[in-house]
Write a protein that binds this ligand. Structure first.
Ligand SMILES: Nc1ncnc2c1ncn2[C@@H]1O[C@H](COP(=O)(O)OP(=O)(O)OP(=O)(O)O)[C@@H](O)[C@H]1O
Ligand SMILES: [Mg+2]
Length: 388
């Protein structure tokens, strides 16, 4: 488990968000008087049923929504502070990517919005594509990516500015078990480097595997919060794990326990979880089969530092891009983003909401069977990079 420090990264006190209707009448109390703290190096889980206030909380942390009441600081400052935003990486629930760009162009585009120079952009793009295991798909456009592949490129995008705080909304949605494990390992590796990670997920096993602490929302209120250990341990029971015992020894042990407690005792064999069983099966299969030279994913990109400040000033634009659907008509983005500083004309073109007058290009071709099988080979290959 990652080690968190005492440094408070996010502090929410009495945080409340009420959505109002056109006439200013309260419509939904999305977040209702919540208090929580997230510390540096911690993996913090936001749990709760649909509509319970998780995304609204995330949007307030990102400075995209104003709290109606209460107080919220991120790195000791307002979430709206540009310097604060530059230290955050965000993977939205829905990836809004430019379907006609390939992975390299996508990352170059976001690097450009953070005003990274061209050398840095290139280096980070290479490392991130490698890290999320998309090396073999680098010539394809993200519009033809499967859902899991889109999550992978989204994750790479969230790390391009080497953020200190990474906010991931449903990061493993649509990923196969290998991809899920890789994302979870990556989250743990980021936390080890002192990054703070906020994770919203409906997959409870993911939260259980990686989070240090979690809050559970219901109806905009926090119903429970604490370390996973605090939330899950059943204090009135103990479990003893031992090597297989002889019948005689087992009878003796059971006799002692029954005499002592007078209660029923249950004996069974521990089972491994389905995830570790699945990964074991695939790993054995991979060891026996030829691979097609797929590279290993899941090594943390070398440029990602241990909690240093990322110096970007264009983060407002990045958040804007991430939370707005890109135009679906003509491809207004050229294949390569400009090498120099941010090109305002191009950004303006990208943020235009009216449909372009250019004729719409033909729809992106569906992935071919050969491509899919290549992707599958790649996924098997990714296991090569896993820890023993
Ligand atoms: N822009 C908005 N205008 C009005 N109501 C909103 C708005 N955004 C969210 N809400 C309401 O706020 C409540 C909390 O929504 P939120 O999106 O935070 O839930 P969530 O926990 O992220 O749910 P999910 O698991 O479905 O993503 C819901 O009742 C929702 O309808
Ligand atoms: Mg949500």
């Amino acid at each position: 488990m990652p080690v968190s420090s005492d440094e408070v990264v996010i502090k929410a006190t009495g945080l409340t968000k009420v959505f109002k209707d056109f006439w200013g009448r309260p419509k939904a109390r999305a977040v209702d008087n919540v208090d929580f703290e997230v510390r540096r190096g911690e993996v913090f889980g936001l749990l709760g049923p649909n509509g319970s206030g998780k995304s609204t909380t995330i949007k307030m942390i990102l400075g995209l929504l104003y709290p109606t009441k209460g107080h919220l600081t991120v790195f000791g400052a307002s979430p709206r502070d540009v310097k604060t935003k530059a230290r955050i990486g965000y993977l939205p629930e829905e990836s809004y990517l430019y379907r006609y760009l390939n992975p390299g162009e996508t990352l170059d585009f976001f690097g450009n919005l953070f005003a990274l120079d061209s050398g840095d952009r290139q280096k980070r793009t290479e490392q991130l594509i490698e890290m999320v295991g998309l090396n073999q798909a680098r010539t394809r456009t993200v519009g033809e990516f499967s859902k899991g592949m889109q999550r992978r490129i989204g994750l790479a995008q969230a790390l391009i500015n080497d953020p200190d705080l990474v906010i991931l909304d449903e990061p493993t949605a649509g990923l196969d078990p290998i991809g899920c494990r890789e994302v979870k390992d990556l989250i743990l590796a980021l936390a080890k480097r002192g990054k703070t990670v906020i994770l919203s997920s409906h997959l409870l096993s993911d939260v259980e595997d990686v989070c240090d602490r979690a809050v559970i929302y219901y109806g905009g209120k926090i119903q429970a919060q604490g370390t996973l250990q605090e939330l899950l341990s059943e204090r009135d029971q103990v479990r003893i794990t031992a090597p297989a015992l002889s019948r005689e020894t087992m009878d003796k042990v059971l006799e002692i326990i029954r005499a002592d407690t007078g209660a029923e005792v249950r004996v069974d064999h521990p089972t491994q979880n389905l995830e570790s069983y699945f990964l074991g099966v695939v790993e054995r299969a991979r060891a026996q089969a030829e691979t097609s030279g797929a590279t290993s994913g899941n090594q943390v990109a070398a440029f990602i530092r241990g909690g240093a400040e990322a110096g970007a000033s264009q983060s407002d634009r990045v958040l804007e891009r991430l939370t707005k659907a890109p135009p679906t008509a003509a491809p207004v983005v050229e294949a390569k983003a400009p090498e120099s500083a941010v090109n305002n004309a191009r950004l303006d073109a990208l943020t235009k909401s009216e449909p372009s007058s250019e004729p719409a290009p033909p729809a992106a071709p569906a992935p071919k069977a050969a491509d899919l099988s290549k992707a599958n080979e790649k996924l098997s290959g990714l296991l090569g990079g896993k820890k023993p």
